[in-house]
Design a protein around this ligand. Structure first.
Ligand code: PMP
Length: 455
């Protein structure tokens, strides 16, 4: 077909909106009467159908780590699609082999990697693997998982059961049984009423009590993010993860670390747990692994555990198949993504940008409605309160107003998910690693202006 014959259809916003209202089931807000229709994105910026530009300080859903519009990634996927679009992973293909190898290298240890499509699925794999591991290790009674209040681990019945946010679960129960929750290391609102210098890290030692009282022989694993992200950016004190690791070892409990957000550079290290000097047994990752360009997730399992699946009598089976998991184009794109992050020093850059962002956010430190500012690598949370003394969580209208005022000024920020009523008062930031210093200034200055509309 010659170029002259090609007609590029004009985008008709009203028509699209009408179709959207008629047929789209949006994530979360089913009937979103006036969705932003995004059409293009480059670097840290997204353009909508009216040509308005927004700095996306959330990298979509915490995922576009490398930044939007990298043609190398599109090319890597396109080339692979032309060469071989699909092949199941009961056998193998080149991009999956290369990616499993690259992930092990980034983890700095000996791992085997199972591929799925989403963070939720990666966590489901982790749960099933952990249970089967204990079966094969002669302890079939270990079936429970210990997660934390406020954590988010996904939308499927197991991952949602692991999630510690009442509002997200209530209408879908009963979820998968066997999931327990403990307090998170939330120093700003210490659940034990203590202060950090004298607390003895009760939030970590609690695991010891819970495992003991549940009966160690019934507990399969703990699951935690290195820092709770979507649940309100809750960063543990130094030593917390090591303490939990020690308790797990004492009781023969596995440690699953959910790196769906913190992984692939977001924390300023390859993976979030590397900030705390622990080696998890199972690591799950998604989002940043392809920088959100295509769906893909992975569950990395320490070799020693994986070897259990190779012992006589167990038929080398993990009965879990996933049609699309490890799609060749997704894997090829992920390899290219990780290579570019390496080549351009972007993990290191994320660490530096994180420090710069935190420092710049200090202009909001004394603001009447800012109770606490927390950051982990290149992600941050601003906890809004009505009163800095009482720490009463800010009314939902105030939190919404800041988000809306930012959007009016061309800035997209996020908020923590529905934890329990009254507690979705943490604004979140997780910009692409392509963000510049000037763009960081834009983010904090815009936030400040938005906060000032509350006065
Ligand atoms: N774990 C964490 C920590 C997450 O933030 C998310 C998604 N926000 C998930 C798991 C689930 O990932 P997905 O939406 O890809 O299923």
């Amino acid at each position: 077909m010659s170029m002259e014959n090609q007609t590029i259809p004009e985008l008709n916003k009203e028509e699209l909106l009408e179709k959207d209202r008629e047929h789209m089931w949006h994530h979360m807000s089913v009937y979103n009467p006036n969705p932003m229709i995004a059409t293009e994105a480059k670097g840290s910026w997204v353009t909508d159908i009216d040509g308005n530009r927004y700095l996306d300080a959330m990298s979509g859903l915490w995922c576009v780590n490398i930044g939007y519009g990298r043609e190398e990634l599109a090319d890597a996927a396109a080339e692979q699609l032309k060469k071989m679009a699909y092949f199941p992973l009961s056998n193998s293909h080149v991009p999956a082999i290369e990616l499993a190898d690259k992930i092990s290298e980034w983890l700095g240890g000996e791992y085997r990697v199972f591929f799925s499509n989403s963070g939720s699925e990666a966590n489901e794999v982790a749960f099933k693997l952990a249970r089967q591991y204990h079966h094969q290790n002669g302890e079939p009674g270990r079936y429970k998982f210990i997660s934390r209040h406020r954590a988010y681990h996904g939308n499927t019945m197991g991952a949602l059961a692991a999630t510690g946010q009442a509002v997200r679960k209530q209408k879908y129960e009963p979820l998968a049984p066997g999931f327990l929750h403990v307090h998170p290391p939330y120093c700003y609102r210490c659940p034990f009423g203590k202060t950090e210098d004298s607390c003895g890290m009760a939030c970590a030692t609690l695991y010891d009590d819970v495992i003991t009282w549940e009966g160690a022989g019934t507990v399969a694993a703990v699951i935690m993010e290195p820092a709770i992200t979507g649940g309100g950016v809750i960063v543990p004190p130094a030593g917390y993860m090591q303490k939990v690791r020690e308790i797990c070892d004492k009781h023969g409990v596995l440690m699953i670390v959910d790196e769906v957000i913190c992984g692939v550079g977001r924390s300023g290290k390859n993976f979030g747990h590397q900030n705390f000097g622990v080696q998890p047994d199972i690591i799950t990752m998604a989002k940043g692994i392809t920088s959100g360009y295509l769906p893909l997730s992975a569950t990395a399992v320490r070799k020693e555990l994986a070897d259990k699946f190779n012992e006589p009598g167990f038929n080398q089976h993990f009965r879990h198949v996933n049609t699309f998991g490890g799609n060749p184009a997704s894997c090829a794109l992920a390899v290219k993504n990780m290579e570019l992050l390496e080549k351009e020093g972007l993990v290191q850059r994320a660490e530096e940008l994180g420090k710069e962002l935190r420092q710049k956010l200090s202009i909001l430190e004394d603001h009447k409605y800012v109770g606490d500012i927390r950051s982990f690598g290149f992600l941050a949370g601003l906890e809004m309160v009505e009163d800095r003394g009482t720490k009463e969580p800010a009314a939902v209208e105030k939190v919404t107003q800041v988000i809306v005022e930012c959007k009016k000024r061309g800035l997209i920020i996020g908020r923590n998910g529905d934890t329990v009523p009254g507690f979705n008062n943490v604004l979140t930031l997780s910009p692409p690693f392509s963000t510049t210093s000037e763009e960081l200034d834009f983010i904090v200055n815009t936030l400040k202006e938005a906060f000032d509309t509350l006065q």
